[in-house]
Design a protein around this ligand. Structure first.
Ligand code: GTP
Ligand code: MG
Length: 1140
């Protein structure tokens, strides 16, 4: 649930104010602490939305005296944006440095609070990358939620160690009114759920590693013999106990952040070992679990559940807490409170005990008895690794980008691994820094610009300046007045004009100076992995595509970023202007930041868009890109209210793009400025930012642009009223296509046969292609969609192979590619798909999309797309050669798949089979004996392929024609051949697409809704109205909450969350994540053809055609022709209808 901050109009005092918040610990002390990496912990707080991250952060911040303990949960200190406070959700990750003392040691904690809302999950990625550990917070009532799983996976993928805080335990007492025993069972279930997620992650990794090992062994020539595959092997061998959360391991805390208490088992073990004289170690192992206390025997025994005894955890821990709540909050029993206080040995101030709100007293007691900050910080220091303990495996992962393997990196680059591991701040240690995002701060809020009391002299100086400016303005005014007087001679008018000008000028001047002042400065959110970052230092900025091997070969041996160096791709040099300590929204200027710390850097905004790697050595590789879980899907077109302010909007959008890890801005072919965001909430935030911060102008945003995909399907077997279709329907479709075809192209160059094969000849009659569109099975489309990253990698590998470079591809990548191929082979079975996977020519659009170009030409053996898989074992075989213009075919296909004929949206799940490709070779010296010319080398093969189709067009290229054409230059009046071929293939693909039954595909969200029983009906109502489909409904054990899983078209999702909250009075809240594409079953081009359909739908039959509505909406937006009857119900039309 998203709460609105109480008294939302009154924002907390820290917002918008530049004040220094250092708390108990001085800046000098923190600087001192930064130098001891062994005692530094870089950690983030991760959780599902609203599970209490920011409130917990408040507790930790309060422990440093930065805010008072009374403000915990009310201030939400790290939610420093105004909209964060108003909406009650975090929207960006922000960091703060805290000091903690334990056992005579001083620790420095760089804490990053992250957002839990799905729309901002990219902010989580930026936080996780900079940390070594994470506090995963789980709501004790809601348990593991979708985002909990996502953040656990993110932590896992980045190899950072998590600890668990089960928060809001007070809700079990006050809301669910569970008994301590029930609460214990409930908490146990939550632990199981969390560990189940970790378990799945762990198992899949072990399996992967096993498979890799097995493959390596196989590769190293181990005898094939009788291999036995034991699928559980390895799992037993791998020790995973430290990975799981368990109170007795000390990595779990039970807490109520809002009431300020929290504890670990250790804490109670310590208390009771003193009080009861039991060994603390024994207690630690038995306080959580099926143990009970046998008072008579003075022993701790196992089997509490079986014997119906109270488990130790209930007896010694929960009972006490329940009693406290009972006395203080529920009954407000003064005497009992006194007793409890006495037994705990705590005294509270009279003011607190008299307070009308019992929570005040509760907090006062808890903050002494079980201070949550103490428990959490102690766990963090003891259980999370320091920067010195960074795992070698993690370093290698960070350093190997894409297909590049760690051991194929240059030697000097590999040596840097040690720098990571040593985390040294020595003078000669190389500086390695990763910037995970750029965030904008008001320039005025920078420490150097902070307001301080002006001295007398400064005030005098400013007054003088102001006076001068005023005088200048007056002079300018007079000149304008005179200027206007002369031509017209009308003084009255000119004074007015002059007045106007003055006003305008003044506002202009004011505006400009204000803008200058208010300009935002971008600060890099970063972490130092090695060396010391200093103010004024010269450094290299390594773009994501920088190749250290290339850099090292181009640059002199011992060069540095301050030398003048040759241009190296993706490498630039710059100076660090300033470095900062991050204290929430405050920044503290520093001279230098040593290795192992999180920091802010100024001076990089010209060089870094969103993230980058920084180093003093060009040997450093760029870090692997961040793992983003959410993909931006909601797009709107934005424009300025006043056309003249367009340049400001453009600049603002550029800044927004830099400031947000996930938002994308682009200019569409139509010239629209488009903003792409992850969801509705994210969209709102981006628009607010644009309006108030980056562009500072009035803007208007279009309705969200809903993305669609276009596809073809197999001809339906039944008609719209579920009657069996005879041949007639099919005939109708083909009829339609033929008609369209003949409209758009002369039939001389285009031919469509009855089986859907489209043959097209270029205008110069030199090339002919035949294409057929075939729907891909749904699972193949799905697989391609999910493997786009891998296909991209495959494309990269192929590209370097084409260029003759040999790229060393990691075994894991190769295996993934082989696996993809195998899966496709498995899915594409049957005669139609025989050998299809081997003959895939390309994927598209953009070379990695979910459509396939298939080579069905008999005589053309082009290099396989999978060539990186086959080691050089085909020596004997005839080497495949790429024909001229091969690339044009691919380009035509890419264009065709980028925007389809229905409404110019990308295609999805379509296979274009090229069945014939004749081209007149231009290079061959043309002789009169055409028969011997290799021109028609394809013709025989192609004709074989076409034999099955009845109407085969004869090659239109007559010898005399060809001769004439070729006697002219290769670029004839129709333009270069390659261009013509591209256009022809594109056209042919479009016609082939239209020759099949076409469908639109809609983007779908999955949403998980938690709702109580009383609002369940309304939840279904809202879902139904918006064409949602319920997948699953279950009740969360031990609670009254239902969890509903549903899918919902993105097109219908706008305002959904709001409507939900309104209809259910805030009791249900959906979490929507983009899930997949789904074919809309209705045919947008459908018209009734059978008698029954006429009867059922009438003649026009467009009232219920959702697909048509969507399609026309898109066409209208893009300014395409929309076929609509304007006169809808005129008499004549009605009387013409057969049925009326
Ligand atoms: N009952 C109870 N409520 C809590 C507790 N901790 C936080 N809350 C409430 O839960 C709501 C969400 O708290 P936040 O700290 O903003 O949650 P968050 O995890 O930071 O939320 P996002 O950043 O938006 O993901 C607020 O209304 C808090 O008052 C707790 O221990 N007990
Ligand atoms: Mg928060």
């Amino acid at each position: 649930m998203i709460s609105v901050n109480q008294g939302s109009t009154a924002l907390p005092p820290h917002i918008g104010l530049a004040w220094v918040a250092m708390g108990h610990t001085s800046l000098e002390r923190l600087i001192e602490l930064q130098k001891n990496p062994a005692n530094i912990r870089n950690l983030c707080i991760l959780a599902h939305v609203d599970h209490g991250k920011t409130t917990l952060a408040d507790c930790l911040v309060a422990s440093n005296g930065i805010i008072s303990s009374r403000q915990i949960g009310k201030l939400r200190y790290l939610d420093s944006r105004e909209d964060e406070q108003i909406r009650g959700i975090t929207m960006k990750s922000s960091a703060i440095s805290l000091h903690y003392q334990e056992g005579g040691k001083d620790y420095l904690l760089n804490l990053i609070d992250s957002p839990g809302h799905v729309d901002f999950s990219s902010e989580v990625s930026t936080a996780v990358r900079l940390c070594d550990g994470a506090i995963v917070v789980v709501d004790a009532v809601e348990g593991v939620c979708p985002q909990t799983q996502v953040v656990l996976r993110q932590a896992w993928l980045e190899n950072i160690r998590p600890v668990l805080v089960i928060n809001k335990v007070d809700r079990l007492i006050m809301e669910l009114k569970l008994t301590p025993q029930e609460a214990y069972t409930h908490l146990q279930k939550i632990m199981e759920q969390v560990n189940a997620v970790t378990g799945t992650l762990f198992t899949s990794r072990v399996m992967e590693e096993q498979a890799e090992k097995a493959k390596e062994e196989k590769g190293s020539g181990a005898p094939p013999g009788d291999q036995v595959y034991d699928w559980s092997a390895g799992l037993e061998a791998a020790d995973d106990s430290h990975l799981y959360f368990s109170p007795d391991q000390g990595n779990v805390i039970f807490a109520s952040a809002i009431d300020g208490w929290g504890f670990s088992i250790q804490h109670f073990a310590h208390i009771y070992s003193e009080r009861m004289g039991i060994n603390a170690e024994v207690l630690r192992k038995t306080l959580w679990g099926d143990f009970y206390l046998n008072a008579k025997a003075k022993k701790i025994m196992k089997g509490a559940q079986f014997k119906g005894k109270k488990p130790l955890f209930v007896q010694l821990v929960l009972d006490n807490i329940w009693n406290l709540y009972d006395a203080v909050v529920i009954r407000r029993d003064k005497e009992k409170v006194e007793k409890v206080l006495a037994s705990l040995g705590i005294s509270v101030m009279a003011r607190d005990s008299r307070h009308s709100d019992p929570k005040v007293l509760l907090s006062a007691i808890c903050s002494q008895w079980l201070p949550v900050s103490q428990a959490v910080l102690s766990m963090v220091c003891n259980k999370l690794p320091s920067p010195l303990q960074i795992a070698a495996e993690r370093v290698e992962k960070l350093m190997s980008v894409g297909v590049r393997r760690f051991d194929t990196l240059p030697e000097r680059t590999q040596e840097l691994k040690n720098a990571f591991l040593q985390c040294s701040s020595n003078e000669n240690a190389p500086v390695i820094v990763f910037v995970s995002k750029m965030f904008a701060v008001d320039t005025k809020a920078l420490p150097q610009n902070r307001q301080r009391p002006l001295t007398q002299a400064e005030i005098a100086q400013r007054t003088e300046l102001a006076r001068q400016r005023h005088a200048e303005r007056m002079a300018a005014e007079q000149i304008t007045a005179v200027g206007h007087q002369n031509p017209s001679g009308n003084i009255q008018l000119n004074i007015q004009l002059g007045g106007l000008c003055k006003d305008e000028m003044e506002t202009q001047v004011l505006k400009e100076s204000k803008e200058e002042e208010q300009r935002d400065t971008f600060i890099a959110f970063a972490r130092v992995y090695s060396g010391v970052v200093k103010r004024g230092q010269r450094i290299f900025i390594l773009g994501p595509k920088y190749d250290p091997a290339q850099g090292l070969s181009m640059l002199p041996e011992q060069c540095s970023a301050s030398d003048s160096l040759p241009d190296v791709p993706h490498l630039s040099c710059c100076s660090i202007e300033n470095v900062y300590l991050l204290m929430g929204q405050e920044l503290e200027e520093l001279e230098e930041v040593p290795s192992g710390n999180v920091l802010g850097i100024k001076g990089l905004e010209e060089f870094i868009l969103k993230s980058a790697t920084i180093s003093t050595t060009p040997a450093c590789p760029p870090f692997t890109p961040l793992n983003f879980e959410a993909s931006p899907i909601v797009r709107v077109a934005v424009e300025s209210k006043h056309p003249s302010e367009m340049p400001k909007l453009v600049r603002g959008m550029r800044l927004l793009n830099q400031a947000d890890p996930c938002a994308e801005v682009l200019i569409q072919e139509t010239g629209e400025h488009v903003l792409v965001t992850a969801g509705e909430v994210h969209l709102q935030r981006c628009l607010d930012d644009l309006k108030n911060r980056f562009a500072k102008i009035e803007i208007s945003a279009s309705k969200p642009i809903i993305p669609f995909r276009e596809t073809v399907v197999r001809p339906p077997k039944v008609d719209m009223v579920n009657e069996d279709l005879g041949k007639q329907h099919k005939v109708a479709i083909i009829h339609q296509v033929k008609e369209e075809g003949s409209h758009s192209r002369s039939s001389e160059t285009l031919h469509v046969d009855s089986s859907g094969l489209v043959t097209l000849t270029t205008p110069n009659k030199l090339a002919t292609v035949s294409v057929r569109a075939i729907p891909l099975p749904q699972e193949v489309t799905c697989l391609l969609e999910n493997s786009s990253a891998l296909i991209r990698t495959l494309e990269q590998v192929n590209m370097s192979l084409r260029e003759g470079r040999n790229q060393d591809v990691s075994a894991r990548t190769l295996e993934a590619i082989a696996d993809l191929k195998a899966q496709m082979e498995h899915m594409l079975q049957g005669r139609k798909w025989m050998n299809a996977v081997e003959h895939i020519w390309a994927f598209g659009p953009r070379r990695y999309g979910p459509n396939i170009l298939l080579n069905k030409l008999d005589g053309y053996q082009r290099p396989s797309l999978w060539q990186c898989l086959c080691r050089e074992d085909k020596d004997g075989a005839q080497a495949p050669i790429t024909r001229d213009f091969d690339n044009s075919i691919v380009s035509g296909f890419q264009l065709a798949t980028l925007s389809g004929p229905m409404c110019e949206e990308p295609l999805m799940g379509v296979c274009f089979a090229i069945e014939r490709w004749d081209i007149q070779s231009l290079n061959s010296p043309y002789q009169n004996n055409l028969e011997e010319n290799p021109t028609f080398q394809e013709a025989s093969g192609a004709s074989k392929a076409l034999e099955s189709s009845d109407a085969l067009e004869v090659n239109p290229t007559e010898p005399s024609q060809v001769k004439r054409l070729l006697e002219t230059t290769s670029t004839d009046c129709y333009g270069p051949v390659s261009g013509q071929l591209i256009a022809a293939v594109k056209e042919a693909c479009r016609h082939a697409f239209q020759a099949q039954p076409q469908r639109l595909m809609a983007a779908m969200y999955t949403c998980e809704i938690m709702a109580t029983a009383e609002v369940l009906g309304r939840v279904y109502g809202v879902l139904g109205k918006r064409e949602g489909r319920i997948l699953q409904e279950e009740m969360k054990e031990g609670t009254e909450i239902f969890i509903i899983k549903a899918v919902l078209p993105v097109a219908e999702s706008f305002g959904f969350a709001d409507e939900f909250r309104k209809r259910t009075s805030g009791l249900a809240s959906p979490q929507m994540v983009f899930s997949h594409w789904e074919v809309i079953s209705s045919d947008p081009f459908w018209v009734p053809t059978t008698e029954e359909e006429y009867l059922h739908f009438g003649e026009k039959a467009d009232s219920t055609n959702q697909a048509l509505k969507y399609m026309n909406a898109v066409r209208r937006r893009k300014g395409l022709y929309v076929e609509e009857k304007i006169v809808e119900h005129a008499e004549k039309q009605r009387t013409l209808s057969k049925n009326k």
